[in-house]
Ligand binder design. Structure first.
Ligand code: ZN
Length: 159
């Protein structure tokens, strides 16, 4: 129970200059993300600046071919951004990853389960114990058959 109260009082993470804000599709926690799926205008300016700087230094060696420096620089930025975005995407509160949910629901489910298993093992244990404690007989038709004759008597008394 102590763990549960610390979970409830947990503050939500804040991100400097978030690119977008949304609610987690699974736990509805407010989410902020710094990285976006696509490169920003700022990133493109950085690519340009870096390419120009590299061309300045490599021009004596490569001459006109420095134009092609743009592509590896661009690629590095794209891959780096994608990596950071993917790393930031899973919900820090419940472990839900929307990109994996789109690709393979089973993988997304496993990720959430392992997230809870590693972060709140005692809570997961409590839930499993609660499921096992439920007696299938108590959910059966036993009470209904007991009350049935009484109901019949009441009905006959009313009639
Ligand atoms: Zn979540």
């Amino acid at each position: 129970m102590k763990k549960l109260s610390s979970l409830q009082s947990k503050k939500f993470y804040r991100v400097k200059q978030p690119s977008h804000e949304f609610l987690c599709a699974l736990c509805s926690a407010p989410r902020q993300m710094r990285y976006s799926k696509h490169l920003s205008i700022q990133n493109y300016l950085q690519i340009l600046l870096l390419t120009l700087t590299a061309s300045y230094f490599l021009f004596p060696l490569m001459k006109a071919k420095v134009v092609f420096l743009l592509f590896p620089v661009w690629l590095i930025f794209e891959l780096g951004n994608k990596l950071l975005y993917r790393r930031e995407l899973p919900c820090p509160y419940c472990g839900f990853d929307p990109s994996w949910y789109r690709r393979d629901v089973r993988v997304a489910k496993k990720m959430v389960q392992s997230f809870w298993q590693t972060n709140y093992p005692d809570l997961v244990g409590q839930k499993e114990a609660a499921i096992l404690e439920q007696d299938p007989k108590s959910l059966g038709i036993q009470p209904i058959t007991n009350s049935a004759p009484e109901e019949a008597e009441n009905l006959s008394a009313q009639g």
